[in-house]
Design a protein around this ligand. Structure first.
Ligand SMILES: [Zn+2]
Length: 673
């Protein structure tokens, strides 16, 4: 039985194992302090177990999986063994982390489950954390000074607190968590107040399942703490060991996250155009709501910290699932308990000035916040779904820095063409792509370059994503009639040199934009098309005369965002010509490139950050003629390619070869077209 892998167990069970509530087993006092050099020989067991790479835990199995629940015995999940070379001491925070196939980064499993009747000092020596001599010396001095040998080792600087925590985990057969790497679930952490967490040196860090919390502790033998955390949270507790320094750091981070969010926007008064900004609500109005407010603040603070673009809260069986969109991909973050869920949704609605009582109609609003000194705007949308209200918050971090085109990943060839276009005195320059392809970021980069005192630059945006000094930025406010078209019309009268229109999505806006481009203004805008050539046909479809399109348009940039490979863990690979052909490339030879792996730095995804891939089409006389003749986009594209346009897929492949992204990511974003 000891080697039965639990095939069907859900993720976290597979990762953390199911056997034994450590708290119960640890209740029996162990005389680890005693000096007993005679016990040295106990080590081999561990080494032997490591040989086959998979180990059950003979004694651990006998304990019911969860004594607190009195649950029936559960089959043991697969237990991944730490690498045969037992993890080295502190130096590298990633040692042994995420070794398990689908393992969470930062988790190191013990070589065997369940408490072993061994002296902690023996474990420390076996793990190579100190020498036998150092341990013996510490045992001797501890006996004389009334402390424990491991404390003596710590005090003499022979052992780090990380090393000690790894030894404790091994000694008690518990998982070790490297909290520098392990992605802490703030929803779980929030279940215990920071003062209690500090008192017990224990913080819940993840939900293992609907009724079990994973709790990181520096001293797993603190039974009282385990009981109190269980009572306090209403969850069963599974204990894992983490270094006391890391737990202290986590607790102060929790403290900080509670404080960083303050509502209201200090600069609101300076923005007369920003008619839609929500009124400020007092955060600390009602003590009864405090935990809910705290939780909402933490979710928002965490989202900003992780540079999420959106926060999704979706009801699911009475609970609410929280996901962040990071680098364009949704990721599970936490689950809000049944108890807190309604309050959290109401809280967010109050913040965004929405009607709490109205749950059957979609609503949208916004709120300005300061998170850790950064000015952040939240656009809140609620949608009634069959399971209850879904809430989506879009995060606009107005203090984030506008990036240069080079930093965005625009290669020299594309950049030269684009810069030439937007440095002309008049004409329209459009950036196209689907939602979330980074179009406005590219426009901001261009505006940044154009931003000189002698130029009058006015923008009308929905919403204003970045605030740039020297620009006049107008926020669309449809409710009071300030649409893109209305804003644009007003802008033209304000003697601008450069006009930026957030998006052309209707005939009226398109018409004014084109006319402005033809009357001596540089007009920058975005359009929703998949590639550059289609922009011409799209404008004509919107009802703009082909001759106007042909003469106004100077340049079209199409773009996408690809996730860039995590430079810490990416791995060299060879993509066969066969795979290249399947991906739509006319390849005859293999391609050397990189593929994602996943490590602590990238939360296991293998990717970190994003870069743009671009195609830049200059409107040549020949293309102008095709536009006038209403020729299809295909024909325009062929001519553009002949005249030097590199297509999105060409730029994408360049970035694959350069190791910036993977072929899989390029395919995900571009498809096989
Ligand atoms: Zn990585």
């Amino acid at each position: 039985m000891s080697a039965t892998p639990g095939q069907d167990t859900p993720d976290l069970h597979a990762i953390f194992g199911l056997n034994g509530d450590p708290a119960v087993r640890l209740a029996e006092p162990e005389e680890e302090e005693g000096a007993a050099p005679a016990e040295q020989g106990a080590a081999p067991e561990m080494r032997v177990a490591s040989q086959d790479g998979r180990v059950g835990s003979p004694d651990g199995h006998l304990a019911p999986p969860d004594l607190r629940l009195g649950a029936p015995e559960v089959q043991v999940a697969e237990v991944q063994v730490a690498p045969p070379e037992v993890p080295p001491p502190a130096v590298d925070g990633q040692a042994g982390a995420g070794v398990g196939a689908a393992g969470r980064p930062g988790v190191t499993h013990p070589s065997r489950r369940g408490s072993s009747a061994r002296f902690l000092t023996d474990v420390i020596v076996d793990m190579g954390l100190t020498t036998r001599e150092q341990a013996d010396e510490a045992i001797e001095s501890a006996r004389n000074t009334g402390t424990t040998p491991e404390r003596a080792l710590l005090e003499k600087g022979m052992l780090t607190s990380d090393g000690l925590s790894r030894a404790l985990a091994e000694r008690y057969g518990l998982d070790h968590l490297d909290l520098n790497v392990f992605g802490v679930d703030m929803g779980a952490a929030n279940l215990v107040g920071t003062s209690a967490a500090r008192r017990y040196q224990a913080v819940p860090v993840a939900f293992i399942d609907k009724r079990t919390l994973l709790v990181a502790m520096s001293d797993p033998s603190n039974v009282l703490a385990v009981d109190d955390v269980a009572i306090m949270t209403g969850y069963d507790v599974r204990v894992a060991v983490a270094a006391s320094e890391d737990i202290a750091a986590l607790i102060s981070r929790l403290d900080r996250l509670e404080d960083v969010v303050s509502e209201g926007d200090p600069s609101a008064g300076e923005e007369p155009f920003d008619a839609q900004r929500a009124d400020v609500v007092d955060l600390h109005e009602n003590a009864d709501d405090a935990p809910v407010i705290k939780l909402v603040n933490q979710i928002v603070a965490q989202a900003v910290e992780q540079q999420a673009s959106d926060v999704h809260l979706a009801p699911e069986g009475g609970e609410t699932r929280v996901r962040f969109r990071i680098d364009g991909v949704l990721q599970d973050v936490t689950t809000v308990t049944r108890r807190m869920a309604p309050g959290v949704v109401s809280r967010i609605k109050i913040m965004a000035n929405l009607n709490i009582a109205e749950k059957r109609l979609p609503q949208d609003g916004r709120v300005g916040l300061t998170v850790d000194g950064r000015h952040v705007d939240l656009r809140v949308v609620t949608l009634p779904s069959v399971h209850g209200e879904t809430v989506v918050m879009r995060i606009l971090d107005k203090d984030s820095v506008v990036m240069s085109l080079q930093k965005l990943g625009m290669a020299d060839h594309e950049r030269d063409r684009f810069e030439k276009a937007f440095n002309e005195a008049y004409g329209a320059v459009l950036v196209t792509g689907p939602t979330g392809s980074g179009k406005s970021t590219t426009l901001y980069a261009a505006l940044q370059e154009l931003n000189r005192p002698e130029k009058n630059i006015i923008t009308v945006e929905d919403p204003v994503e970045y605030q740039i000094e020297g620009l006049t930025q107008v926020q669309v406010a449809s409710k009071v009639g300030l649409t893109f078209a209305a804003g644009l019309r007003a802008m033209v009268r304000a003697d601008p040199d450069v006009l930026m229109v957030g998006e052309i999505r209707d005939h009226e806006t398109a018409q004014i934009a084109v006319e402005s481009a033809l009357t001596g203004h540089l007009v920058l805008s975005t359009l929703h098309t998949n590639d550059a050539p289609t922009a011409i046909t799209r404008l004509v479809e919107m009802g703009i005369e082909p001759f106007l399109v042909a003469s106004a348009l100077h340049c079209v940039v199409a773009q996408r965002l690809v996730r860039t490979l995590c430079s810490t863990c990416k791995q060299r690979t060879i993509i066969s010509a066969e795979v290249m052909r399947q991906s739509g490339y006319k390849a005859v030879v293999d391609l050397e490139a990189y593929e994602p792996v996943g490590c602590g730095r990238c939360a296991g995804s293998g990717y970190k950050g994003r870069a743009g891939i671009y195609e830049v089409m200059m409107i040549s006389p020949e293309i102008r003629t095709l536009a006038l003749e209403r020729r299809p986009a295909d024909e325009i594209r062929d001519v553009a390619i002949r005249q030097g346009m590199r297509r999105l897929r060409d730029d994408g492949l360049d970035k694959v070869r350069a190791g910036r992204t993977s072929i899989a990511e390029e395919m995900r974003v571009l498809g096989t077209t």
